[in-house]
Design a binder for this molecule. Structure first.
Ligand code: HEM
Ligand code: HEM
Length: 139
């Protein structure tokens, strides 16, 4: 059966989720530019957009998670959380853990390695999230 079309909640959830995926892709591309990996010169704008758009990612992930969680708690959505739900929650928590030190710590060298690692892990989780989310549509 195709996903539950009786509620707009699922469509809203998917819109937030898919937007979060593309925002994350954009953040990673800008991050790679900032780390001088793509042969494009970083500048103030690439740093600023990369920095502030990450707050939008957190907002979209939180919105995506809570639309489904409320739907689930009220007993109108899925019966239980599946891998998709837990991976989404992990992506949200890792993104918060990524952004807070980045905004607070000025000595970039100290967090550079962890930042790259977390950055690519979050993106990997978002790819899995998109694929598992799209496959849930046909459950
Ligand atoms: C969830 C949010 C974020 C993600 C997924 C993310 C991801 C990334 C990735 C993948 C890179 C490339 C690393 C490499 O290839 O070496 C990078 C670089 C970078 N990011 Fe982020 N980032 C996020 C938030 C932030 C924030 C809030 C700041 C604020 C200062 C920031 C500052 C930087 C800087 C300065 C670089 C250049 C390399 C370095 O000095 O670490 N990022 N980011
Ligand atoms: C990337 C695009 C995404 C798509 C296409 C998508 C799609 C879906 C679909 C179709 C469902 C089943 C809804 C139902 O019939 O009740 C679902 C459930 C769910 N989604 Fe997403 N989703 C996406 C991203 C996310 C994100 C980013 C999060 C969390 C931050 C998330 C968390 C959940 C949760 C908690 C559920 C309920 C239970 C479960 O399946 O584990 N999703 N999603």
């Amino acid at each position: 059966m195709l996903f539950d079309t009786s509620s707009p909640v699922v469509a809203i959830h998917m819109s937030f989720g898919i937007s979060a995926f593309f925002v994350c892709l954009f953040i990673v591309i800008l991050g790679m530019i900032n780390a001088k990996r793509l042969g494009i010169k970083p500048n103030k704008i690439t740093f600023k957009i990369h920095k502030y758009i990450s707050l939008i990612l957190i907002a979209l992930l939180a919105a995506s998670f809570f639309t489904e969680a409320i739907y689930f708690i009220t007993g109108t959505g899925e019966d239980d959380f599946e891998a998709h739900g837990y991976i989404g929650l992990t992506a949200l928590i890792l993104s918060i853990a990524q952004v807070i030190p980045s905004l607070l710590i000025k000595a970039r060298k100290k967090i550079k390695l962890i930042h790259s690692l977390f950055g690519y892990i979050i993106f990997l989780l978002m790819i899995i999230q998109l694929l598992t989310g799209l496959s849930e549509m046909f459950d």
